[in-house]
Write a protein that binds this ligand. Structure first.
Ligand SMILES: [Zn+2]
Length: 657
């Protein structure tokens, strides 16, 4: 019997995932898409003789890539594909209905609203599929043909945009915001909805006006706040963790009654603001919930974990005061004062870092290098679909257990999406690099039995918690691109965009100098620790950057260059913290590692224009720090920027000031 390859994708990813204002929307969109893929996998699993090549179904956590591939046994593969299309659309309608019912409970929809809803919901999802018969040829050739057929189909994208009237949705800006008849402005409808829900769910006075698709994310099945922490929660996590560490100690010599009282006061004032301070489930960041504190602190810990981190920033209250919703000015001011008192109290604690909640969080993108080439190579080598199934299984296991454990248990982050060879996660800024490094090690170990030299590249964006999420996601994606294209894959790149000023991009291989060399992140973490313990002056990065163009300009003998770098490190060594011997040793050590880092960057960096030429189809705009396309920054300057970045991390992005 002839078998056929089925390749099917569900999208557009842009509408489901990228168009997000909040971490919760992002998570919900990713979950919705996963659910649709899962329905297809379930359907395929029920067809006798069908082999799912990619992806493997996950048991507990649902995080599936939006494209799948299977071998269909039957003589009518097209009928099967059409049936799958119907199943996906039915499931989508079912998921959308959850949100529709929810919204209808708040405000009665009229026929205009209903029509808009129907029209917008029926635009999604975009489903593409191809079937390619596997006839005489060997598996490998047929597999490649199936890939080509699908790519050709996708190039003929169906553009079915519907013309719509009325102001656009404030989230996607693409579709019109839902409204009722005779309402020229959707503000009225959304203002009414906002009165029925908390400010955390929907901004008051119609400031957020959603289309049907964005409403499915915000009000549908995966929309409850308890599912996903806000980016402010993530940004404040290091601070909360430091407070928990304080509660771990049960030293009776220390009088902690003042801190207790301030924490108590803070939560009590906040909880008066209900329902706008929705109690967040205390395990929303699993790594925080698992910190054990002494019994006398348990209640205060639970309080601390059950409100969003945004209530630890004084600016939050300023924003509320500027545009008060339901809350009175007095209530807001009272809560702000309690926050100020708490923060002042914490500042006076000895050895407490970060001194205040840092305003930045990290978005991490990670992606397996050369995955499609590797899969084709596997097809050629074994000529057997079984190997592809095994790889998919291993990827699913890695995503569900390995990757998730690293991000959510070993570090204080949350996974938004983990599909196997790619993932997206949110983390506190100081966790991002170590977590990425552990991910790539775990991935290489897990997949090393099945693939030839499996590696991943990671991109990290360090983002202010009040910056818009959409562009920040784009930046993390660009960092990942830079790791792959500019820093030669098996690499990591970080983009730091402070609230004011130009973005800074740094990148390098995971290993210093050689494949068997020291891990780059281990060295960088040592630098961060040295900053933190005042063993290294904060100015070293900028001092080095100032001289880098001269030192690395090619006019100086190599030896002279490193003598000067060592002099800078010696000068930057902390006098109070280190003995003369230790100072010498530290300078020697850091100079040698920095030399390896510089060498590694030099050997692997590809100029922006060359990287772009290699990847013409990729039209992403570059945020590289080189002056023009053909000028590549001297490797030493890039190494100096890494030091500047580690200083930023040591200061928790301003959390120490
Ligand atoms: Zn929208």
């Amino acid at each position: 019997m002839t078998k056929s390859f089925l390749v099917l994708s569900i999208g557009p990813v842009q509408s489901f995932i990228a168009q997000a204002r909040r971490a919760g929307d992002l998570y919900a969109g990713s979950q919705l898409l996963s659910k649709l893929v899962d329905v297809v996998l379930g359907e395929l699993a029920g067809i006798a003789g069908c082999t799912i090549l990619y992806p493997a179904r996950q048991k507990e956590t649902q995080s599936l890539p939006n494209k799948l591939m299977a071998l269909l046994p039957d003589e009518q593969p097209k009928a099967t594909a059409e049936q799958l299309e119907r199943v996906i659309k039915d499931k989508w309608r079912e998921l959308a209905a959850v949100a529709k019912n929810e919204l209808s409970r708040y405000v009665e929809p009229d026929s205009t609203w209903q029509k808009m809803w129907e029209a917008q919901i029926s635009q999604l999802p975009e489903i593409y599929w191809t079937v390619t018969p596997w006839t005489e040829e060997d598996y490998a050739s047929a597999y490649e043909q199936a890939g080509r057929d699908f790519d050709a189909r996708k190039r003929l994208r169906d553009f079915g945009q519907v013309e719509e009237d009325g102001p656009k949705c404030t989230i996607c800006g693409e579709r019109s915001a839902l409204h009722r008849q005779d309402e020229k402005n959707p503000r009225k409808y959304w203002s009414e909805v906002s009165q029925k829900v908390s400010q955390a769910k929907l901004r008051p006075n119609g400031r957020e006006r959603l289309c049907a698709i964005c409403a499915v994310k915000r009000f549908g099945e995966f929309s409850q706040e308890e599912h996903f922490p806000s980016v402010s929660y993530i940004a404040a996590t290091s601070f909360k963790k430091a407070l928990l560490e304080q509660m771990r100690q049960d030293d009776f010599d220390i009088d902690d009654s003042e801190l207790r009282q301030k924490l108590e006061q803070h939560t009590q004032t906040l909880f008066l603001l209900k329902p706008d301070v929705i109690p967040v489930p205390k395990d929303v960041i699993p790594a925080l919930a698992s910190v054990s504190v002494s019994t006398t602190w348990v209640r205060l810990r639970d309080n601390l974990l059950s409100y969003d981190g945004e209530w630890l920033y004084l600016e939050t209250y300023d924003r509320l005061l500027a545009k008060p919703g339901r809350l009175t000015k007095n209530e807001i001011q009272k809560a702000q004062e309690a926050t100020r008192v708490l923060l002042e109290g914490v500042k006076s604690l000895e050895n407490f870092t970060p001194r205040r909640p840092g305003p930045y969080y990290a978005i991490l993108y990670a992606d397996g290098d050369d995955m499609s080439n590797k899969m084709r190579a596997i097809a050629k080598k074994y000529n057997d679909p079984q190997k592809h199934t095994e790889i998919s299984q291993a990827l699913a296991e890695f995503a569900a257990t390995g990757a998730r454990k690293i991000v959510e248990e070993d570090h204080a982050g949350r996974v938004i999406y983990a599909g196997g060879d790619d993932m997206v996660a949110l983390l506190p800024i100081t966790d991002a690099l170590p977590a990425a490094n552990e991910l790539r090690k775990a991935y290489s170990e897990k997949m090393g039995m099945l693939l030839d030299k499996p590696t991943i590249s990671a991109g990290i964006a360090l983002v202010h918690h009040l910056s818009p999420l959409g562009p920040a996601l784009q930046e993390a994606r660009e960092a990942e691109n830079a790791a792959k294209r500019r820093f030669g894959k098996n690499a990591v790149a970080v983009i730091l965009r402070k609230r004011s000023g130009e973005p800074m991009l740094v990148g390098t291989k995971w290993k210093l100098e050689k494949e068997n060399g020291q891990e780059t992140v281990v060295f960088l973490e040592k630098v961060r620790q040295a900053f933190l313990k005042k063993k290294l002056s904060m100015g070293i990065g900028h001092a080095l950057l100032d001289e880098a163009y001269f030192l690395d300009g090619g006019k100086l003998p190599d030896e002279g260059k490193w003598v000067e770098v060592k002099r800078l490190f010696t000068r930057a060594a902390g006098d109070k913290q280190l003995s003369p011997e230790e100072k010498k040793q530290q300078a020697e050590n850091f100079t040698n590692r920095l030399k390896e880092l510089t060498q590694s960057i030099k050997n692997n960096q590809v100029s922006e224009s060359k990287a772009a030429a290699e990847n013409e189809t990729d039209k992403h705009k570059s945020v590289g720090c080189s002056k023009s396309d053909d000028v590549v920054e001297p490797p030493l300057a890039l190494a100096a920027r890494w030091l500047i970045l580690m200083r930023f991390l040591a200061q928790e992005g301003g959390g120490h000031e």
